[in-house]
Structure formats: C-alpha cells, structure tokens
Design a protein around this ligand. Structure first.
Ligand code: MG
Length: 431
C-alpha cells in the first residue's frame, strides 16, 4: 500500500527505514514556537496496511486510527485528519470542536460515495493551542474513540481522555479493574467514532499549557503493547520528543505490534511558567447532529457556522448521576434475567402426589398433579394443577409407595399420561 500521508509543514519525513509503512515528523522549536514535537506512525508487525493517520504542525497535533475493511480504515483516518487541516491557527476550543464535526461529515460523505467504504470510521484525538480569554497559553484536547491523549508532568503520566470503548465504559463504571480491562478480549470495540453517524459527541478539555509538560497522543497499538509504566519510563528518560516517539514505536514492535502504532510526542517549550497542577477532570462534551449533506448548491464554507459550543453542558455533574442510573438499570436487568431463569426453573415442572383438601399428602387422600418443584424454589411454591378422581384407597401398597416417591414430569401432558396409567394399573391389580 502506498503511504498517502504527508507531514504538513513538517521537515522532510526521514528515518525509520525499517518499515515502508513508517512515517515520521519532528521539529525542534523555532523562535516563537510553543511546542517541539516528534511523531512516528508505523504499520507494526502484523498488519499489512497502516490505517492510522496523523497530523503534526505547530499548534495542532492529531492522531486518527481508522477502522473498516479493505481500504476503509485507511481512508477514514486520512479524510478526518485532512479535514482537521482546515483548522485556523490558534482556534478557539469551539472552533476545534467544530472541525471535528466537519471531519465527521467529511468521512460520512466520502463513504456515501463509495460502496467499498461504507461503514468505515476512525478515532480522532487532538491537542491544539487554543485562543481564549486566559492570558496564559491554553491547550485544547479533543477526543472521539479509543485513541489516547496523556500528559506527562512532574514525572507522572495521566491519561487526559476517556476511552470511548466498551471496556473503557465498564472500567469507568467500576465493572472492571484496569488490569482486567487491559486484557479484555473486547477492548477494541469502540463506542464512539468519527464517520459512523450524523449524531456525534465530542469530548474536549481546555488546559493550561505549562512549560515542561509533555503530551503524548497515540493509537491503541501503543498502549495495547506497552504498560503505562513502560511508557512513563521512556517519557522520563529521553529529552528529545523525536527520540521518545522512535523509542516507543520500537518497543511496541519489540512486543509484537499486533496493530498499527502511532505516537506523537509534544513538548510545551514556551508556555506558562507555572500554573495550577493539572487535575484529571471529566471532559465537557459537545453533542451535535450534523445535517446530512446533499445540497450541491451549498457554498463550500459551512452555511450555518456551527455555534461554537453554545455553552456546552458540563457533564461533570450530570455524568456521575447518569452512570449511577445506568448501573442501577443494568443491575435491575441482570436481576430480572436471573429471576426469569429461576421462575422458569421453578415452574417448568410437574409432579404427582397425594394431597388432602388442605394440600398435605396422605395415602388416604386424592392423587393430585402439581405444577412446580416439590420443595418449591425461593418463593415459588408448587400449585395444584389438576385434581384426579383417584384416591389412595384405590391403589395397591406398591402403587401408594410409588406415588409417595413424588414422580416428576417436564410437562402436564406427561403427568396426565402417568395418572391414566396409574388408574389402569390400579384397576388391573384390583382385578
Ligand atoms: Mg488501532
């Protein structure tokens, strides 16, 4: 497969000749730059195609991990990253989020024109310098899907983004531990992606750009192979962001690199000197439904400038409630299913025995067909299904003994056949 990626603005992507599917870019700070960075995207050891794409330029860093058969994933991530190119230098966080929705539209439009691409999608995470009222430089972080943005600050690695994956959600809801999540067979099932539907939720954060902070953007091909401790060690050991990117990709390959590996390392070299320590916080979410495209007469520029984040609803307070509600609903459903099985087990059975009119068995009383289990299950007690005209007095001792064994049947029909047979045998025995 040809590599369609071009590092925009970037100096010649050279190096890493070990794989034709490796591409890289790096830049050390020019005067006035806020960032220095290094970036490598590698096909890995197993895949034949690199479906990851990245975009690196001063002030904007994007990683996208495409999914979809044939060339779909490759195209989806490339289209999304290309759409992000149109972001103006130093956008507001709202404009950055707008660009993600535009990328969503672009991938959907591209797929709708090509049957081979239907169903393609991509993750997308980004770090960008954003313009804000705050005099100190600010960073915007955005995320859709299960690629990750980490920040390495004061020797500590913190994942900024939430994984939009089945396992990520179970982890956040406390249904899995981090160790279980890391090995979960369904850890690659994403619950949010670009290009899948018009309706899209974009997580975003605005953070102070602190000099010395190091951001890591990567596709899951990195952190599925390396532990956070291994990643942290490399981030702390090597000063040059390009060297870090190369080393992380090399280690992922050493560990088997079953997926494409993309690593973008961004150092804040001219940010705020100090500031509030970065606190991991839940994202704000921009939830928007884009209009399906189809009007060719529309100008190329978006006709209705999407209101840059009409004050986004802070999910910070709503979200725990939603999680609790989700957990309760899930628990109720699980309980209902279990009770369903118990009830079915308890009731899906018939037995025959003697019963008085008050229900206590006795050989001098009536032979009765019950529904349920003889001893009951939980609060599911057996109930009388059918009283027969046969009395214990009509039966021989052997037959009384047999009925006292409480024969069981899996259908009413079978129980009724047994009662008929019992009558026949009693008649024969009594001559
Ligand atoms: Mg991947």
């Amino acid at each position: 497969m040809t590599d369609e990626f071009d590092a925009p603005d970037g100096p010649a992507p050279a190096m890493e000749s070990g794989s034709v599917e490796s591409r890289s870019a790096a830049e050390s700070g020019e005067p006035g730059d806020v960032f220095a960075w290094g970036a490598v995207s590698d096909v890995g050891r197993v895949r034949e195609i690199n479906q990851d794409s990245m975009l690196v330029r001063e002030g904007l860093f994007v990683v996208a991990d495409g999914m979809g058969g044939h060339r779909g994933g490759e195209v989806a991530s490339a289209v999304a990253v290309e759409a992000m190119q149109s972001v103006a230098p130093s956008p507001t966080i709202g404009e950055l989020v707008d660009a993600v929705h535009a990328a969503n539209r672009a991938v959907i439009d591209r797929a709708s024109g090509d049957a081979a691409l239907i169903g393609m999608g991509t993750t997308l995470c980004a770090v960008a310098r954003v313009r804000s009222a705050d005099p100190e430089p600010q960073l915007g972080v955005i995320n859709v899907g299960d690629s990750r943005v980490y920040v390495f600050a004061d020797g500590e690695l913190t994942q900024v983004t939430d994984d939009h994956s089945l396992v990520g959600e179970m982890l956040r809801d406390g249904q899995l531990t981090a160790d279980e999540a890391a090995l979960h067979p369904q850890r690659n099932v994403v619950t949010r992606a670009i290009g899948i539907q018009n309706d899209l939720q974009v997580d975003y954060w605005e953070l102070p750009a602190r000099t010395g902070d190091r951001y890591l953007l990567s596709s899951d091909g990195l952190f599925d192979e390396l532990s956070e401790a291994q990643i942290t060690a490399v981030l702390g050991r090597l000063a040059d962001p390009e060297a870090v990117a190369n080393e992380l990709v090399r280690l992922a390959n050493d560990h088997g690199a079953r997926d494409n590996v993309t690593v973008v390392v961004v150092d804040v070299i001219d940010g705020a000197d100090d500031g509030p320590a970065l606190v991991s916080e839940p994202p704000l979410t921009d939830h928007r439904s884009i209009q399906p495209d189809g009007d060719d007469a529309m100008p190329a520029a978006p006709a209705e400038p999407p209101a840059p984040s009409d004050p986004p609803e802070p999910v910070a307070t709503r979200r725990p409630v939603r999680r609790i509600v989700t957990a309760v609903v899930a628990a109720v459903i699980v309980l209902a299913v279990i009770l369903g099985f118990v009830a079915r087990y308890a009731r899906d059975n018939y037995f025959v025995t003697f019963a008085d009119t008050n229900g206590a068995p006795s050989e001098s009383s009536q032979v009765v067909i019950f529904q349920g289990r003889p001893d009951g299950v939980l609060w599911f007690d057996p109930t009388v299904e059918e009283r027969t005209p046969i009395l214990g007095l009509d039966l021989t001792d052997a037959l009384i003994l047999e009925v006292e064994q409480i024969p069981e049947f899996d259908s009413l029909d079978a129980a009724q056949r047994y009662v008929v047979e019992l009558t026949t045998r009693a008649t024969e025995a009594n001559g």
